[in-house]
Design a protein around this ligand. Structure first.
Ligand SMILES: NC(=O)c1ccc[n+]([C@@H]2O[C@H](COP(=O)([O-])OP(=O)(O)OC[C@H]3O[C@@H](n4cnc5c(N)ncnc54)[C@H](OP(=O)(O)O)[C@@H]3O)[C@@H](O)[C@H]2O)c1
Length: 498
C-alpha cells in the first residue's frame, strides 16, 4: 500500500471537509442575523425547530437557507408560517427562561455575596468598635472601608487586618468625597454613619446645615456617581438628645416617664421643630432613599462610653484625664455638678460595643427596600438605672486608690482643669503615654453639662430586644465604665495607678 498517497488523500479530504464546515457555519451565522428575535442564538433556534418539527437534514438545510435569503427558499407558505410561529414561541420561552435564571442567580448571589461596609467616622467612639466587630464577622462581611480625616495609628491594632482599608476623606469637601468614594460605590452595600460635624454650636441652623452637607456629599458619591450602586442599607447613629431640646429647658424636667422611639420630635415655642441636626439627617435619608428602595435605620445612644482620640464629646477620655490629673497632683476626686444629677437617675449611658452590635444586628436582619426597613428607630442604651453617688466610690478607687472627693456644687471642671494642659503634657512624658494633647482627650464642657443636665433624659430600650437583639454589655454602669478605663490604660492613653 502506498501510505504516502493515502496520507495525502486523507489530508486533502480533511481540508475539504473543514472548508465545507466553515461554509456551513457562516451560512448559519448569516441566517441568525435575519431572525426575528436576536436574544437567543439563531443556531440554537434552528436546531430546536428542526428537532421539534422532526425534519430531515435536507429540509433543515432549506430552513437554514430561509433564514439567510427568503427569495431563494422553496418551501410552502404554510410551513413558513409554522416555522415563524415556532421561532417566536421558542424565543419567548428562551427569553423568559433567561429572565428566571437571572432572577434566581441574583437572589442566590445576594444571599451568598459578602457585604461590604463603609464606616464613616471609623476613629470615633463607636466607629472603632464597629470596624472591630465587622472584622470579626468574616463569613458575612467581605471588606470594611473605614473613613475619617486623620489616620490614628497608635491605638488601632485590629486595623492591620487585610480586609480593612482606611479612606482618608473630609466629608465636608464635596469634590474630595466624590473622588475618594465614587470608585467604591459599586462595592459598598452598607453605610454606617457614626460621625458628625462638631464645629458649630448645637441647635443652630449652621449645625444642621453642616451635618446635612456632610451626609449629602457621601450619599451623592455612593448613589449618583454610578448606575451600579450596591448600597442597600444606611445605619444612622444619632442620640437620645432626639427627645429633648435645650431651647426648651423645662421640657422633660417634670417627666417621670421614659422616652420610647415613637416619642414626638420637640416643638419650640414658636410652634416649629427644634433645630436638632438629628431631625435634619433623618429627613435627608427619608428624602433620598425612599424612592430608591434602600433601607435605613436610626440608632439613638445616650452618653457614649468608648475610647477615641478623635471624639468631640468623649466622656470616658475626659473622666480619665480628670482622674489621672487628680492622682498626679494629689487633688481629691470630686463630683462637681448639681445635687439632682448626683442623687437621681437622669441620663442613660451607652457602651460603644453595644451600639456597634445593634447597628450591625439591624443592618443584617432587614430586607432591602422592605417598608419595615425604611427609617426604623431604635434607642441603644445600657439600660441600667444608676446614680453617680452610687458609682463615684468605685471610680475614686480606680483612679486614686480610694480617696473619694464626694460631691460639690462649688466649682466647674472648666475652672478646675481648663488650665492643666501643661500638666497633662508632663504626664504624657513622665508615664510614657501615647502622645496626645489634653484637648484631644478631654472636653471639660461635656463633663460640666452632663453633671448639670437640666432635663431628665431616660429612654426605653425594649424595642430592639423585642425584635430579637440580644447583646447586653455590662448592664451595671460602673462595670461598663471601668471596662473602658482599663482599655484606656491598655492603649497607653492614661497611666496605670502607681
Ligand atoms: N459622644 C457621645 O457621647 C454621643 C452620645 C450620643 C449621641 N452621639 C451622637 O453620635 C453621632 C456620632 O458621634 P460620636 O461621638 O460617636 O463620634 P466621634 O467619637 O466624635 O467620632 C467622629 C468620627 O468622625 C470623623 N470625622 C469628623 N468629622 C469628619 C469629616 N468632616 N469627614 C470625615 N470624618 C470626620 C472623626 O475623625 P476625624 O476627626 O479624624 O475626621 C471620627 O472618626 C453624633 O450624631 C453624636 O451627636 C454622641
Amino acid at each position: 500500500m502506498d501510505y504516502e498517497a493515502v496520507k495525502k488523500y486523507k489530508e486533502e479530504m480533511n481540508k475539504y471537509q473543514r472548508k465545507q464546515e466553515k461554509k456551513r457555519r457562516s451560512r448559519l451565522m448569516l441566517g441568525g442575523g435575519n431572525c426575528l428575535n436576536e436574544s437567543v442564538p439563531e443556531t440554537t433556534r434552528h436546531l430546536a425547530v428542526d428537532t421539534i418539527l422532526g425534519r430531515s437534514s435536507s429540509e433543515k438545510h432549506v430552513t437554514r437557507q430561509y433564514g439567510r435569503c427568503k427569495t431563494r427558499t422553496k418551501i410552502s407558505r404554510r410551513r413558513k408560517m409554522r416555522i415563524v410561529a415556532w421561532r417566536k414561541h421558542l424565543s419567548a420561552v428562551a427569553v423568559s427562561g433567561a429572565g428566571l435564571f437571572m432572577l434566581v442567580h441574583n437572589h442566590l448571589s445576594m444571599a451568598t455575596k459578602k457585604r461590604v461596609a463603609l464606616v464613616a467616622g471609623v476613629t470615633g467612639l463607636v466607629g472603632r468598635e464597629l470596624a472591630k466587630s465587622l472584622l470579626s464577622l468574616k463569613s458575612q462581611w467581605g471588606i470594611i472601608y473605614g473613613a475619617a480625616r486623620q489616620w490614628k495609628t497608635e491605638t488601632l491594632d485590629h486595623f492591620s487586618d487585610p480586609a480593612y482599608y482606611f479612606v482618608d476623606c473630609d466629608f465636608l469637601d464635596e469634590e474630595y468625597t466624590l473622588r475618594k468614594l465614587s470608585p467604591l460605590a459599586d462595592q459598598i452595600t452598607h453605610l454606617f454613619w457614626v460621625t458628625w460635624a462638631s464645629q458649630c454650636t448645637l441647635e443652630t441652623v449652621d449645625c444642621c446645615n453642616l451635618n446635612r452637607s456632610m451626609l449629602s456629599n457621601v450619599l451623592d458619591a455612593l448613589l449618583l456617581s454610578t448606575n451600579n450602586s450596591s448600597l442597600s442599607h444606611v445605619s444612622l447613629q444619632t442620640g437620645t438628645a432626639h427627645y429633648v431640646s435645650l431651647q426648651v429647658p423645662k421640657f422633660g424636667s417634670e417627666r417621670d416617664q421614659y422616652y420610647d422611639e415613637n416619642s414626638p420630635r420637640v416643638v419650640v415655642d414658636g410652634g416649629g421643630e427644634a433645630l436638632n441636626f438629628y431631625y435634619t439627617l433623618e429627613d435627608l435619608l427619608r428624602e433620598r432613599l425612599a424612592r430608591r428602595r434602600i433601607g435605613w435605620s436610626v440608632h439613638r445612644p445616650g452618653l457614649l462610653l468608648g475610647v477615641s482620640t478623635r471624639s468631640h464629646f468623649n466622656f470616658i477620655g475626659t473622666l480619665c484625664v480628670y482622674g489621672s490629673i487628680c492622682r498626679h497632683l494629689g487633688l481629691p476626686f470630686t463630683f462637681y455638678g448639681d445635687r439632682k444629677c448626683w442623687e437621681q437617675p437622669f441620663m442613660d449611658v451607652s457602651d460603644s460595643r453595644l451600639v456597634a452590635d445593634q447597628l450591625i444586628w439591624w443592618a443584617c436582619l432587614t430586607h432591602c427596600g422592605h417598608s419595615d426597613n425604611q427609617g426604623q428607630a431604635f434607642n441603644a442604651v445600657n439600660g441600667a438605672t444608676y446614680t453617680w453617688s452610687q458609682i463615684w466610690p468605685a471610680l475614686s478607687y480606680t483612679f486614686c486608690g480610694g480617696d473619694d472627693g464626694g460631691f460639690s456644687e462649688e466649682k466647674t471642671y472648666m475652672e478646675l482643669m481648663g488650665d492643666k494642659g501643661d500638666v497633662w503634657g508632663e504626664m504624657v512624658h513622665k508615664y510614657q503615654l501615647c502622645p496626645t494633647s489634653m484637648e484631644e482627650m478631654a472636653n471639660w464642657m461635656l463633663l460640666d453639662s452632663a453633671f448639670r443636665f437640666p432635663v431628665n433624659l431616660l429612654v426605653t430600650r425594649e424595642k430592639a430586644y423585642s425584635l430579637g437583639f440580644t447583646t447586653v454589655h455590662d448592664v451595671d454602669t460602673a462595670a461598663s465604665i471601668l471596662y473602658w478605663v482599663d482599655r484606656m490604660r491598655e492603649e497607653r492613653l492614661i497611666p496605670y495607678l502607681d
